[in-house]
Design a binder for this molecule. Structure first.
Ligand SMILES: CC(C)(COP(=O)(O)OP(=O)(O)OC[C@H]1O[C@@H](n2cnc3c(N)ncnc32)[C@H](O)[C@@H]1OP(=O)(O)O)[C@@H](O)C(=O)NCCC(=O)NCCS
Length: 178
């Protein structure tokens, strides 16, 4: 099985899968995934695509690092993607900005592969903490469960932040050397 990345924290991927830096040719497919998850508003899809474009332009040295999960067993090729980056004005803190998996392929471990990849990359860059901002609205329940199962704890909440009864929740995982 090929490894996601060389180094001490490699995640093992099935042989049909690969995680790589985003390229311009992926743009349309990523837009399609963001729309098809039916979780994001039109405006949120625009914001997500802005970060994808930043990732395409800036590559590995940018503020927004975008990686796609290639799945050779899928006709569309790309099964999902993740966007993360160093949190400005901090030492060793990173934010996970977006993660999405094609709804037809959810619940089969691909989200975990992407999240573990990011955690390993953050460690490789001497990061110590990964933060995730999410919301309390009901449609995000499965997503919050996904993060909780992945070892993320709620560390702050601003009630009614996005709108009444939609709180801003910040989740955190401390990433120690393993
Ligand atoms: C969150 C997300 C990336 C997880 O990817 P995934 O490939 O479904 O996740 P995995 O298969 O690795 O993990 C599954 C776990 O996540 C949770 N989960 C979240 N969405 C799920 C779904 N649609 N189907 C099944 N499980 C889901 C479950 O708790 C599940 O655990 P279980 O199998 O023990 O019940 C994916 O569901 C997704 O794209 N959601 C919509 C976009 C989104 O909300 N992104 C986060 C905000 S930017």
């Amino acid at each position: 099985m090929p490894a996601v990345h060389d180094g001490a924290y490699d995640s093992v991927l099935p042989s049909s899968m690969n995680i790589r830096l985003v390229e311009a040719k992926d743009r349309e497919r990523l837009h399609q995934i963001l729309v098809s998850v039916a979780r994001f508003t039109d405006q949120e899809v625009v914001w997500a695509m802005d970060l994808v474009d930043e990732g395409i332009t800036s590559g590995e040295g940018g503020e927004y690092l975008v990686y796609v999960l290639e799945d050779g067993s899928e006709p569309g090729g790309i099964a999902g993607y993740v966007c993360y980056g160093p949190t400005p004005k901090t030492e060793g803190v990173y934010d996970l900005y977006w993660i999405a998996v094609d709804p037809k392929l959810q619940g089969q471990g691909r989200g975990q592969l992407l999240l573990r990849f990011v955690e390993n990359e953050v460690r490789r860059r001497s990061g110590r903490m990964l933060l995730i901002e999410t919301r309390s609205r009901q449609s995000f329940g499965p997503t919050r469960r996904f993060y909780e199962q992945s070892g993320y704890d709620e560390i702050s909440r601003i009630k009614d932040f996005y709108r009444i009864e939609d709180d801003k929740i910040v989740l955190c995982k401390k990433l120690s050397e393993q």
